[in-house]
Design a protein. Structure first.
Length: 377
């Protein structure tokens, strides 16, 4: 039986995969307000809660009150440490949003930072390592200028208008930490994401997010649920962290009747009904709630064409198949540009990735490496 090591400063524990599977079920049960399904070692419960980034949620459950003193203290310390880090991230985010707003740059807080302030009981209960913002395509250069004045520098990665749909910047924080921002002009990497959930529509429907300052806005809740479903299917399917499934659950609970109608109507119109139903079903399986069941029922009862989103649920996806999907979806002219961005990234990225090699040699090496991945895929 496989075994997994959990390491913290001065502490190493080894758990069997069977124990970890039981601990995950128990943590999920606690998060959903159910009784623990089986007796699990307290250390395993705390290890899984921390690794799954749901320590604060687990600590707030009745099950945490039954932990032994040692694991309970370790859980509490993790929650305090995470809450402090998130408070620092939020203050830095307020500073960045204020500067962007003063410069007339339209930016919407998405994903973890938005959900922390929109649907979680308290912002510190939803951890994150960085912050995601949605911006208009034409605002990219202005964003970089504003953030550069705040001390942010661009992270080295493949850039282009098609290949990622986002860019990363970061700046030093206290005690050696880093503040990282991901700025998106497309809501997920596949080109199909723009048709499933258009960035412009999310920007136009954004709502105030007062917990992050006067300049802060976040997606409408039905758009946020669509984004959570799209993100999980496009980038993490079928293995979904408990934290991301909790995001889906809390968004489903937070939708009012009008929001639920909008979510179902958009899923049918934008052809991601089956995708949305599958992600909601994954959340329902581990974190059941009647709100999830009702949305699944409505989506499954609808009659709509779903070809646009179902590919993202294919467990046999490979980088080669993803590229072909994008090329077919976007058309050959845009697809040719996308292939060019894959083959010929900017010089900064090539220097960072291939060192002092002559650029022609570096590009040839990258093409060969990509061809080998294509063949294996």
């Amino acid at each position: 039986m496989a075994r997994v090591r959990y390491e913290q400063p001065g502490l190493v524990r080894v758990h069997s995969t069977l124990t970890l599977a039981g601990a995950r079920r128990a943590v999920a049960a606690a998060l959903a307000g159910r009784a623990l399904p089986e007796a699990i070692d307290d250390d395993a419960l705390v290890d899984v809660a921390i690794a799954a980034r749901v320590a604060a949620l687990f600590a707030a459950s009745p099950a945490a009150g039954k932990l032994r003193d040692g694991p309970a203290a370790r859980l509490a310390e993790q929650v305090r440490h995470t809450a402090l880090g998130l408070a620092v991230l939020d203050e830095e985010l307020k500073r960045a949003l204020s500067a962007l707003g003063d410069a007339g740059v339209e930016a919407v807080v998405i994903k973890g930072a938005h959900l922390a302030h929109a649907v979680y009981r308290a912002p510190w209960m939803r951890p994150r390592a960085d912050t995601d913002l949605l911006i208009p395509t034409q605002a990219r250069a202005a964003c970089e200028r504003v953030l550069a004045r705040l001390g942010y520098t661009g992270a080295v990665h493949v850039r282009g208008s098609l290949i990622l749909g986002q860019f990363h910047v970061e700046r030093p924080g206290p005690a050696g930490s880093r503040h990282a921002l991901d700025l998106h002009w497309r809501l997920a990497a596949p080109l199909a994401a723009e048709q499933i959930l258009p960035a412009r529509r999310v920007l136009d429907a954004a709502q105030p997010l007062p917990g992050l300052g006067a300049a802060a806005r976040g997606p409408a809740l039905h758009d946020a649920l669509a984004l959570s479903c799209l993100h999980l299917a496009a980038h993490h399917w079928p293995s979904c962290d408990l934290l991301w499934l909790m995001d889906v659950r809390l968004l489903a609970l937070a939708l009012d009747a009008r929001g639920g109608d909008a979510f179902v109507a958009d899923a049918c119109e934008r052809r991601y009904r089956v995708l949305a139903s599958a992600v909601l079903a994954a959340a329902q399986q581990e974190l059941p709630h009647s709100s999830l069941l009702e949305l699944i029922r409505r989506l499954d009862a609808a009659n709509a064409d779903d070809e646009g989103g179902t590919y993202l649920l294919d467990s046999q996806r490979t980088p080669a198949r993803d590229l072909l999907f994008d090329v077919r979806h976007a058309g050959w002219r845009t697809g040719a540009r996308l292939i060019g961005e894959h083959l010929f990234p900017d010089r900064e990225y090539m220097r960072a990735s291939f060192g002092a090699r002559p650029l022609p040699v570096a590009y040839a090496a990258r093409a060969w490496r990509g061809a080998r991945r294509w063949i294996r895929g």
